[in-house]
Design a protein around this ligand. Structure first.
Ligand code: PLP
Length: 367
């Protein structure tokens, strides 16, 4: 499938060879223990925590997209903490984005610090410090929620020269938006809860890598700590993956229209979308990314105006998370993000573009 387009890739990713009478995507295998060979003992499937065929099919599918081997986790946070705890040891230093997903920073400032791991916080847009003495650099690009972008190739080269590993949180971009392993990163971590699965009905995470030693560490970590996703969630995720190309295409088109609308209004400030040619992230994103995600951020000036805007809108759901079929808006300060009171992260869904633009426009007027 190497030379095929994204739509073809996602429709076929991780599917078994066709067998007459069998479904395209096999149904979920619900099993804790499996029958064992009485003589030879455990084979491919012995016990559900380490072994599940539905999960393996999903991992194969995501692996085709990321260009590495994948281990799925129950949530994005389970995947990220698995990476951090299987790689970092007491006395190590980890570099984390100062503007990335806040729970990762909270974990570093609590559990990691207690374990003797130091953290250096770096803004995604840079400037990047020397990585001497750093064991792991975790990048998040585009960063959630501010949407700054960093040059993965350049940061990876600098980190590797200093002997550090590089991981990229690919949640916002998805592997159709960028392939960090091809850009030089050692690992990808992501929440599959967002655009990857896109239907707002599954929590999922994964780690991807091309490095056998790192894969073994993460696999062992998962088997011993047990943060695996269930078979039904894996199956739902695999089914949803098939429409990723279609969903992202509409989300990006909607975000382009919404970013255009918002940046033309004098009552909206700080509009960020890496696809806008005037955006500070545009230049790096245009070279590095295969497509720009459907998330736009902006400032409505106050929490009260955000509330009026959300009440006035017919189509925008007030909700956290992003990347789903439905357009959602989240005032990030209410979750503890270090953002202005009126800062909104808007995740464009797959509604018709004219409907969405008309609804947003009217809601902004009313607010
Ligand atoms: C960039 C990023 N990484 C990781 C996570 C954590 O994912 P999950 O909620 O699936 O644990 C999130 C959740 O919002 C996120 O936005």
């Amino acid at each position: 499938m190497g030379d095929k387009g994204d739509g073809t890739l996602v429709v076929h990713a991780g599917l078994p060879e066709p067998v007459p009478g069998e479904p395209f995507l096999p149904g979920p295998v619900f099993a804790a223990p499996y029958h064992l060979d009485p003589v030879n003992g455990p084979g491919e499937n012995g016990y559900g925590r380490p072994d599940n065929p539905t999960r393996r099919a999903l991992e194969a599918a995501i692996g085709e997209l990321e260009g590495g081997q994948v281990r799925a986790f129950a949530t994005g946070q389970a995947a990220i903490t698995a990476l951090l705890l299987s790689v970092l040891r007491s006395g190590d230093t980890v570099a984390l984005p100062s503007d990335g997903y806040f729970t990762v920073r909270a974990f570093a400032e609590g559990t990691l610090r207690d374990l003797g791991v130091s953290t250096v916080l770096v803004p995604t847009a840079g400037p990047y410090p020397s990585f001497e003495g750093v064991r792991l650099v975790l990048l998040e690009t585009p960063a959630n929620p501010g949407l700054d972008v960093c040059d993965v190739r350049a940061v990876s080269a600098a980190a590797h020269a200093a002997g550090a590993l590089v991981a990229v949180d690919n949640t916002t971009a998805t592997p159709l938006g960028q392939r960090p392993l091809e850009l030089g990163a050692d690992l990808v971590v992501a929440s599959g809860t967002k655009a990857l699965t896109g239907h707002s009905d599954v929590l999922l995470g994964y780690v991807a890598t091309g490095d056998e030693d790192l894969l073994t560490r993460v696999t062992t970590w998962r088997a011993q700590t047990g943060g695996t996703p269930g078979a039904f969630d894996c199956w739902l995720a695999h089914r949803s993956l098939a429409t990723l190309d279609l969903r992202l295409a509409r989300q990006t088109a909607n975000a382009a229209a919404v970013a255009g609308l918002l940046s033309g209004r004098s009552d909206v400030t700080g509009v960020r979308w890496p696809g806008l040619s005037t955006d500070p992230a545009y230049e790096v994103a245009a070279v590095q990314m295969r497509r720009i995600p459907g998330i736009v951020s902006f400032d409505l000036g106050s929490a009260e105006r955000v509330a009026r805007f959300l009440e006035a809108s017919e189509l925008v759901f007030a909700a956290t998370s992003f990347g789903g079929l439905h357009t959602t808006a989240d005032r990030r300060a209410q979750w503890g993000d270090d953002t202005a009171p009126g800062f909104v992260r808007l995740s464009c869904g797959v509604e018709d573009t004219p409907d969405l633009v008309a609804d947003l426009s009217a809601a902004l007027d009313k607010s």
